[in-house]
Every structure is written in C-alpha cells, then in structure tokens.
Write a protein that binds this ligand. Structure first.
Ligand code: ATP
Length: 235
C-alpha cells in the first residue's frame, strides 16, 4: 500500500469539510474519488499535499506518518498535486513551465525527461516556445500534467483534469492518465465526470458531504444502482 488516509478530519473554521475519510491507494493503481460539488474532494487532495491541516486522523505514505508535514516535504517525497485550474505560469513558455517542474531535482536526466514529455504530449513539442497563457484549455491541462511529471512523482494527484474541456480533449486526457499509470506512476484522481473517472479507475470511492459512502472497483461502482442514479444520470 502506498497511501493510506485513516479517519481524516479537516475543518475550515466551523465548516467540517472532511468527517472521517479513510481511503487506500496501492502502488501502480489509478484510484478515483468521485462526489458532488462541495463533497470534500479538493480538500482531501489539499490535505494529502500538506496545504490543509488535518484536525485528527492520519496520512501514511509508504508506511511513514506524514500527517502535518509541510507541502515541500510532500513534494520531496513524490506526492505531487495537479491543482484544479491548472495554475501554469502564463507569461512563461511551455518549455520554461516544464523546466520549473524539475526545480527540486538534482539529477542530470532533466533534458531526457523533457524529450519524454514531448513524446507523451506532441502538442507541447510543437508549442515549446509559445507563451503558456496562450495555449488552449486542453493544452494547458497537458502542460500542467507534464510539469507535474517533470518532478518525477511517485503519486500523482489530479484535481478535476477534465474540467471545462471538450469531450474529445477529455478522452485524450484520460488516455494520457492511463499511459502515466502504465509507466509506473500511481494516480489519485478526483472528478465530477464520474463516468470517465470510474472507467479508467482500478478502484474508486464515493465521497458525500465529507464521508466515504461507497468503495469498490471501477467496474463495480459503474454498475452500482446508487452511483448510476446519483452520478451517472442513469436509472
Ligand atoms: P468541487 O467539486 O465543487 O470542487 P469539492 O468536493 O472539491 O467540490 P471542497 O472544495 O473540498 O469540495 O469543499 C468541501 C467543503 O469545504 C465545501 O463545503 C466548501 O465550501 C468548504 N470549503 C472549501 N475550502 C474552504 C475554505 N478555504 N474556507 C471555508 N470553507 C471551505
């Protein structure tokens, strides 16, 4: 097991965003966390990333208790978040954005990894010298993922990678997520697009107002009657 949340509680002032969340992510898996607006999905990823403090509960990474560690420590451990809204640097080129992803690395493989990113995202190669702020939404999402991969993550956490993207681009992004998993990176994905997220997931969890209400394989959740009516719009 790579990541384990044990009974995690997170509050914002009086608002209890997570009320005892326990999930597990095994090495090499894609795990999808689905839920409605405000269920606590982003809060879960922000807590794992050290951006929000847990009131109680534990976060274990490869057996180490990392609860309460600062976000820089999480990054050094290889826990990397691709935040919602992408947050690339708009006034820097595609190539500069990719290089920034490698800023904590001291090895000499950065150039080779940039070439690997270009192979994974040919569109970024064509646009290496373009200002990132002028990329399309889908290209910006690819850049955000590429930049995260440049830090050599062990666990890649993705916050709504499909948000605001056209259906064909969403398909591309999800196929890239699969490629990333196949290359040995473990993925924890949160999505409102439950259908796409569960289709690629090895396992998934349903989060409702700060609590996990269901868990299972992606296939089990896709055929679960409660998931179908609440999240897939099917009866
Ligand atoms: P969405 O899909 O809409 O992004 P989410 O499942 O990611 O939703 P969160 O963003 O984790 O949900 O929010 C969980 C709850 O915590 C919500 O009720 C939200 O209003 C509240 N919340 C989130 N961030 C803050 C904050 N900085 N201050 C106060 N309340 C917050």
């Amino acid at each position: 097991m790579m990541l384990e949340l044990q009974d995690l509680h997170v509050s914002y002032g009086g608002i209890r965003a997570l009320k005892g969340v326990s999930i597990q992510v095994n090495e090499g898996e894609i795990v999808s966390l689905i839920g409605a607006n405000g269920a606590g999905k982003s809060t879960t990823l922000r807590a794992i990333s050290g951006l929000e403090r847990a009131q109680s509960g534990k976060i274990l990474f490869n057996g180490e208790d990392i609860t309460g560690k600062p976000s820089k420590y999480m990054v050094q451990k290889g826990l990397i978040l691709v935040p919602e809204g992408r947050l690339i640097f708009p006034d820097m080129t595609v190539l500069e954005n990719l290089k920034i992803g490698a800023y904590l690395r001291s090895d000499r493989d950065v150039e080779a990894d940039i070439q690997r990113m270009y192979a994974l995202f040919p569109r970024l190669k064509e646009r290496a010298w373009q200002m990132a702020g002028t990329l399309s939404g889908g290209e910006q999402q690819m850049l955000a993922v590429g930049r995260a991969l440049m830090s050599k993550p062990k666990l890649l956490m993705m916050d709504e990678p499909s948000l605001g993207l056209a259906p064909l681009v969403v398909k591309d992004i999800f196929s890239i997520i699969r490629t990333i998993r196949d290359s040995g990176v473990t993925v924890l994905l949160i999505e409102q697009n439950a259908n796409a997220a569960l289709k690629i997931a090895d396992r998934g969890y349903v989060l409702e107002t700060g609590r996990i209400t269901l868990e299972g394989s992606g296939r089990e959740l896709l055929s679960d009657p409660a998931v179908r009516s609440a999240y897939l719009g099917k009866s």
